[in-house]
Design a protein around this ligand. Structure first.
Ligand code: GEK
Length: 252
């Protein structure tokens, strides 16, 4: 059972930088659904893309897996045999809960013996910057690059590229910024309207914004595109966008 996110509903004197701790884990599914426009669509389509792109005997990666929503979508979508999914997050509290959710999902979705082999799932507590990525046909990084120091991002994307097999797919979902100031303000306002419509108060919206200020560092779509091109991806485009949230796909 997921709890309702009320983490910032009361006034906080000293808003510390946002951390993915036990309190966040408890409310995470509610928080992300009510905060990220299109989250459920992006997760569902991750499964559809897995069905199309994941090759037999390859690995899939969910980088910054949180509670494993993308991992479960991939696991359900994959049709190829002999695949494994590696889900990585550096929050021990997230990883512990993710393991329990993945185990419950496995029990609930046992298929008849004649069906395709169920992909195995390994949940690892690690920094994505230290993760080894190899033999991959699909790498998903949904709303995680935004938390990595900008100067370390290209190196990580380079390693993802190197770890993918030719024809493999990389899904990168992020909160984005806009170079045009007026558009940037408009998109932030529209996002706040989305949060208000999902019953977050003005206080919750403003305190969360402060908590994320130096922690979540969005970049423009142009910056993301250039970085993906620089490391070698050949086919790159946005497949989903709502306000200042977007998902890109890049094919090796
Ligand atoms: C979803 N993808 O539900 N290494 C590993 N994990 C990290 C790092 C890092 N350096 N930095 C942050 N994280 C998920 C949602 S949430 C997005 C991803 C959000 C982890 C962090 O612990 C958290 O679980 C996740 O990245 C970001 O589709 O809450 O906005």
């Amino acid at each position: 059972m997921t709890e309702r996110d009320t983490l910032f509903s009361a006034a906080v004197d000293d808003i510390a930088g946002f951390r993915f701790d036990a309190n966040v884990v408890k409310v995470f599914p509610d928080m992300i659904k009510r905060s990220v426009p299109g989250y459920q669509t992006i997760i569902a389509m991750t499964g559809t893309l897995a069905e199309r792109y994941v090759l037999p005997n390859s690995r899939c990666y969910d980088l910054g897996c949180s509670l494993g929503a993308s991992t479960i979508a991939m696991r359900h979508g994959i049709n190829a045999d002999g695949c494994s999914i590696v889900a990585i997050d550096n929050s021990p509290e997230m990883v512990a809960r993710c393991e329990a959710i993945i185990a419950a999902d496995a029990r609930a979705s046992i298929r008849p013996a004649s069906d395709r082999q169920e992909p195995s799932v390994q949940v690892i507590c690690n920094d994505v910057l230290d993760a080894e990525i190899s033999q991959a046909s699909m790498v998903v990084m949904n709303f995680t690059l935004q938390f990595i120091a900008p100067e370390l991002r290209e190196d990580l994307i380079q390693r993802i590229y190197q770890g993918l097999q030719p024809g493999g797919i990389f899904i990168l979902s992020e909160k984005i910024a806009f170079a045009d100031k007026q558009l940037n303000t408009l998109m932030i306002d529209l996002h706040h309207a989305f949060k208000r419509a999902n019953e977050y108060s003005e206080l919750e919206i403003s305190q969360k914004r402060t908590a994320l200020e130096d922690v979540l560092l969005p970049e423009t779509l142009e910056t993301h595109r250039h970085r993906l091109q620089n490391v070698g991806f050949s086919n790159i485009d946005v497949w989903f966008q709502c306000f200042n949230f977007a998902s890109l796909l890049a094919i090796k």
